[in-house]
Design a protein around this ligand. Structure first.
Ligand SMILES: NC(=O)c1ccc[n+]([C@@H]2O[C@H](COP(=O)([O-])OP(=O)(O)OC[C@H]3O[C@@H](n4cnc5c(N)ncnc54)[C@H](O)[C@@H]3O)[C@@H](O)[C@H]2O)c1
Length: 405
């Protein structure tokens, strides 16, 4: 099929590559011309896709990266993969989704299939995407489906091909066509009767994580007062072979999913007159973590942060990625600076952030704080120099420093 994937980011690029590998002709469309020029040269920061693969697929004419659409591309399927962030009030900001729909409306041909992969509130396909395209296009018999993306960038075990894909649509034909398409590059499809069910499933998955992480983050304060390690308690609890799933405390949640999607679910609830106190409390709990941890550092270590030389390791929201969207490390650094600390950071994936640049790991500091431990980081300089180190990382990797949370 001729497929256009709108948005070539963490979600859109891997899907474009996967579809092209499966034999479809893919147009990877993005409004970011710098990104498109880099992709043409095989340059990407996506941990899912190699430059060689991008170049090979372009060479065999299976994929083309474009910033302009035209009627003569004979596109049969549009897949939407644009950001769906929050606005200043932490409510859904759908301007990019709206623009993507208007682009589709301009170029879509009758009988085409339109699939939304972007995460959004319940009812987005039926009440936002469908009317927007229908009212701005003369094409007829369009089909609308939803296939929420579940990718976990950098996860070497679960990827696009082997992670089951939930699919639904506004009509049986739309569902069938979407199922056929995704079956060509995903090994498991799970079909649901309504798009609202699929949209809700995606939001529930990430809200589940948000709520459980908030729970352990709250408990980490309790554990510190009782003077035991919450990591150890959770690890012990996880020896129960049923009915328990371990989550570990951290300085909060980051990325474009866990901090964002629950707010879309909470928004959905408000639309039908329900206040989702549970979700809102989890959001608030995790958002407060950087602040709480700074206070705990001062009180538990009995130190004054003012004038201290602090180096933060890893400011991306998780290991193996350069993505700093919603990363709690950024808020953490701002709070440390507001306390008068001299903060540097080291992150091999993030060269520059705000007024700071990534600096080599240094032993000329008063305190090292591990937030996001990328595999590539060699901590031997801190080990050799007996640097004071706090390991705040959630993945409980053992570098030998005591866990602080
Ligand atoms: N990042 C993840 O791990 C992840 C996982 C699952 C689902 N999602 C969801 O997928 C969606 C996309 O997220 P992402 O992380 O890939 O974002 P991203 O920022 O990495 O990529 C989105 C791309 O869309 C482009 N874009 C924006 N508006 C456009 C338009 N009108 N036309 C064409 N291109 C446009 C941007 O330039 C950008 O390159 C979001 O809804 C997100 O919630 C993300």
């Amino acid at each position: 099929m001729n497929i256009c994937v709108i948005g070539q980011g963490y979600v859109g690029l891997p899907i474009a590559i996967q579809a092209a590998t499966a034999g479809h002709k893919v147009y990877g469309f993005d409004i970011d011309s710098v990104k498109i020029e880099k992709l043409k040269l095989g340059v990407t920061t996506s941990p899912e896709v190699s430059g060689d693969k991008i170049l090979a697929l372009q060479k065999s004419n299976k994929i083309s990266f474009i910033t302009e659409l035209s009627d003569n591309l004979s596109i049969e399927v549009f897949i939407i993969a644009v950001p769906t962030p929050l606005n200043e009030k932490r409510e859904p900001e759908l301007i990019m989704l709206e623009n993507a729909c208007l682009t589709i409306a301009k170029f879509v041909q009758s009988e085409s299939l339109i699939i939304n992969e972007s995460t959004s509130y319940i009812g987005t396909l039926r009440n936002f995407i469908y009317p927007l395209i229908k009212n701005n296009s003369s094409a007829i018999n369009l089909k609308y489906a939803v296939a929420p993306e579940r990718i976990d960038p950098g996860n070497n075990i679960w990827h696009l091909e082997n992670t089951p894909r939930v699919i639904s649509g506004l009509s049986e034909t739309a569902i069938n066509q979407a199922v056929t398409l995704y079956s060509s590059f995903c090994s498991k499809i799970y079909q649901v009767d309504k798009p609202e069910t699929a949209e809700a499933a995606k939001l529930i998955e990430n809200t589940f994580r948000q709520v459980n992480i908030a729970l352990v983050n709250e408990l980490s304060e309790v554990a510190s007062k009782f003077n035991f390690s919450l990591h150890d308690a959770i690890t012990a609890a996880a020896t129960k072979p049923f009915g328990f799933m371990p989550f570990f405390p951290s300085i909060g949640v980051g990325g474009h999913c866990i901090p964002v999607d629950p707010a879309y679910l909470s928004f959905s609830a408000r639309q039908v007159g329900i206040e989702s106190k549970f979700i809102d409390l989890a959001n608030a709990t995790n958002l407060l973590m950087p602040n709480k941890i700074v206070s705990r550092i001062e009180s538990q270590l009995n130190v004054k942060l003012s004038g201290m030389k602090v180096q933060v390791v890893g400011i991306a929201y998780k290991p193996g990625t350069s993505d700093i969207r919603e990363s709690p490390a950024l808020e953490f650094i701002k709070i440390l600076e507001s306390k008068g600390s001299h903060v540097t950071y080291h992150d091999p994936f993030v060269n520059q952030w705000n007024h700071l640049s990534s600096e080599p790991l240094s032993s000329d500091i008063d305190l090292g704080i591990i937030v996001t431990p990328h595999d590539q980081i060699d901590f031997s300089i801190w080990k050799k120099s007996n640097t004071n180190v706090l390991d705040l990382s959630a993945n409980a990797r053992n570098y030998g420093w005591p866990k602080f949370l």
